[in-house]
Write a protein that binds this ligand. Sequence first.
Ligand SMILES: Cc1ncc(COP(=O)(O)O)c(C=O)c1O
Length: 422
Amino acid sequence: MLHAGGVFVTILDAVTPTSDAIAVENQFVAHNYSPLPVVAASAEGAWITDVEGKRYLDCLAAYSAVNFGHRNPEIIATAHAQLDTVTLVSRAFHSDRLGPFCRALAELCGKEMVLPMNSGAEAVESGIKVARKWGTDVKGVPAGRGNIIVAHNNFHGRTTTIISFSDDETARRGFGPYTPGFRSVPFGDADAMAAAIDDDTVAVLIEPIQGEAGIIVPPDDYLPRVRALCSERNVLMIADEIQSGLARTGRTFACDHWGVVPDIYLLGKALGGGVVPVSAVVANQDILGVLHPGEHGSTFGGNPLAAAIGTTVVNILRRGEFQSRSAELGERLHARLRDLIGHGVEAVRGLGLWAGVDIDPSLGTGKQISMRLAARGVLVKDTHGSTLRFAPPLVITAEEIDWATSQFADVLAESGSHLSEI
Ligand SMILES: Cc1ncc(COP(=O)(O)O)c(C=O)c1O
């Protein structure tokens, strides 16, 4: 047996101080991000500790991938147990974890089948492929003619097809040629969507609440009207709940706020419990049944480790405690942030523990305000120019919310007084 005589153990050295860790990254890591100068060494619950031992309250939660807290004990226990049995066999064989995971997730979604993938972008790509295939095989759209309606300012990931229907020039420039077959209409405008749908439309793909665009909540009649339109015109409604889903907004899915059930859920981020990438396309058999062996796949999709962790995440969601926490504590977060309107904050949007905050641009860019907050031990992320996003792990406490928002108030006040001194 290969490992019988003992194993080599690779000791991973911590790189300190912060400046050295950042220098190594700058030299060896492609510069496709511009992170805050905080070097994480460990994390627990809602807190991250850097290589110098400084603690930060995480108000980003890895873009909602850490909804249940860093190293959630229930999820970590599952991961440890699974590491000791089997981690990866590929879909060439069955595993005892995959079926139960997909059954649990399908039930959570009120659907019949799951297509397991890894990253969010992969789930989106897979959803697009399924919709196109459904268009030709079921709806009868001539091959190669199916179109999909998307929304302006969408964010669905970074693959070549997905950026083809993005309006973010930074994400697109230089990456063409682009994939055809998409039409973009204003988010929140059901009339524009109705006008864009034609006989060849196979799907509508939207985020129920647009995350990267700045936590944009649509008008109350929007999602119900999109749902009705899709049913009337025999078009699949695909809800990208990769960031908005799995308790982030105070409900299991953001669509639940409007009593809407899409034909296809796209899930990711928190589905992996903050441990491994796990994503999924969830729909009924009449939709996912269009896929046959060899037509789509992924070596890692639905691997035993991912499936075990995903099953635990679904169990956690079934209990509903995080949905309730997000709804209750979200009210507090939003109230505290709204108190700052007129004191450096211009607008607050969102639902549950998910808030987009527009700051007075004269106080600094979102990035500058994020840097000042980080210096005070609060980690947030800017989205566009002067919008900040607060999306803490859902284990955050009321006291921690009060503390984070008071730090934010102080940063805004300081930024304002600094301005008046100039
Ligand atoms: C709504 C939405 N869809 C898809 C993605 C892409 O997910 P990933 O980064 O895991 O590919 C994101 C990532 O932020 C997202 O917010």
